[in-house]
Design a binder for this molecule. Sequence first.
Ligand code: NAP
Length: 314
Amino acid sequence: MSAKIENVVIVGTGCAGLTAAIYTARANLAPLVLEGVLPGGQLTTTSEVENFPGFPDGIDGFQLMQNLRKQAGKFGTRYESGTVVGLDTASWPYTLKLADREIKARTVIVATGASPRLTGIPGEKELYGGKGVTTCATCDGAFYRNMDVAVLGGGDSAAEEALFLTRFASKVFLVHRRDTLRASKIMADRVLAHPKIVPVWDTVPVAVEGVAQGAVSGLKMKNVKTGAESVLAVKGIFVAIGHVPNTAPFKSAVDTDDQGYFIPAHHSQVKTKTPGVYVAGDCADHHYRQAITAAGMGCQAAIEAERWLAAKGG
Ligand code: NAP
């Protein structure tokens, strides 16, 4: 175990974590960024990003994350691989526990993101990200202009995705495993009244078709009441069956809600009940979930960390 005490350890390398790195690095804090199992976060699984300000012709998601990583590195950010399994805040500086080592940190910015829940059906993984299966209508909806698409799920996210997709798609099939929506009444009413949205009740997805061609050609489904199987000829499948925030290792330092998302404190989006520990991005936000809002939270967390350290005497 090294005796070194880090000024700032940032956990996560998505938009939130890397923006926090740019800001804390430019503040001369020499941040250490811990990269987990998906360096670059959710954007690396998207193809074209068309809604990040500053890129009028769009930018490849992987490229955007490479750019952010390089930008943070230019100002002195250091990167290490490692998965955090716990954060001990009983004494300060705090101790991050990794599988193979411990790291002492004066401040910690947790930007671990959330993983979209997937169905696990055959073909889903193979055609995920740019090949027709996606979890983000805001990011990818515009690619399905005048095409038929399917949305999986019956909650507010599925309703929101379906409504957003009506701007582009010719028809939006909403495939739900029950015969009533879980979504709030106002969203459900809007969905069911929309002429482009076709609910497919009591139906579970069975397989994504098109693996051999490298692009989605249909969704095989099964009616849970009759057992009948059928295929929807859709080009896009939007999986909206919830997210799983990656917050478990930090639960003693940061409160979480009943779905596991971080609950910030002190009337701030990014401060927590533990001084010097901040949260940013999708692990603390199930409402907006955009690259630019995550980046904004990363910036806020970095500024808070910098000011807190300065107030403590650097
Ligand atoms: P959610 O409310 O948990 O809904 C998930 C949906 O996916 C449910 O309809 C569920 O079916 C279905 N589902 C789950 N696992 C499935 C599987 N393996 N196969 C097929 N279907 C499956 O998740 P969410 O819609 O992402 O919303 C999360 C939270 O954010 C909620 O509290 C929601 O109200 C909130 N939210 C709010 C807004 C808004 O207010 N505008 C927008 C988005 C999200 P069952 O219904 O049968 O369980």
